[in-house]
Design a protein around this ligand. Structure first.
Ligand SMILES: [Fe+2]
Ligand SMILES: [Fe+2]
Length: 167
């Protein structure tokens, strides 16, 4: 992109943020199997595995969007997601074998979902403003998936994982 800083517009911002979330999803795709493997609770493991499959679809949707706007699918390093995933990794190391491990991983996973919900909410809003209707539809599909995942993790936390940590 050759646009000078002052000439940049909402299209540039949309593309930059799309690259950011594309990078994030790819990192999440690598982290989820490790989290599933570390989980003690079968239900938490199943939730991570299910979301891994959904994340593959989400990467595919982002690639469709890149194609629609005629840009190569390319990620842009996102320090925010890197930091969140590093924190999750830290919990996996520091709470290995502990009863509180699942509660910690669950909380880390929810922080990631909230990050994604924020990003997809913004992208959807901008796509609406830019009149990109097909893109809005794809972004909304992913946004709803992220929200459902967050809700599922909340129910899991309330129902069992946090109880096990407190026992
Ligand atoms: Fe995602
Ligand atoms: Fe997600």
């Amino acid at each position: 992109m050759a646009a000078k800083e002052k000439d940049k517009d909402l299209n540039d911002l949309f593309l930059d943020t799309l690259k950011d979330v594309y990078y994030a999803e790819k990192q999440i795709l690598r982290a989820l199997p490790k989290m599933a493997k570390a989980a003690h609770s079968d239900k938490l493991r199943a939730a991570f595995e299910k979301h891994h499959g959904e994340t593959e679809d989400q990467v595919g949707r982002l690639e469709q969007i890149f194609e629609m706007i005629d840009k190569p699918a390319r990620g842009k390093t996102c320090d925010a997601i890197q930091g969140l995933l590093d924190e999750g990794k830290e919990i996996m190391e520091e709470y290995k074998g502990s009863e509180a491990l699942d509660a910690g991983m669950l909380a880390a996973a929810q922080a990631v979902e909230h990050y994604e919900i924020s990003r997809y909410g913004t992208l959807k809003q901008w796509a609406q403003q830019l009149g990109m209707n097909d893109t809005v539809r794809l972004l909304d599909e992913t946004l709803q998936e992220e929200k459902k995942t967050d809700e599922a993790l909340t129910s899991l936390a309330e129902a069992s994982v946090n109880l096990a940590a407190a026992a």
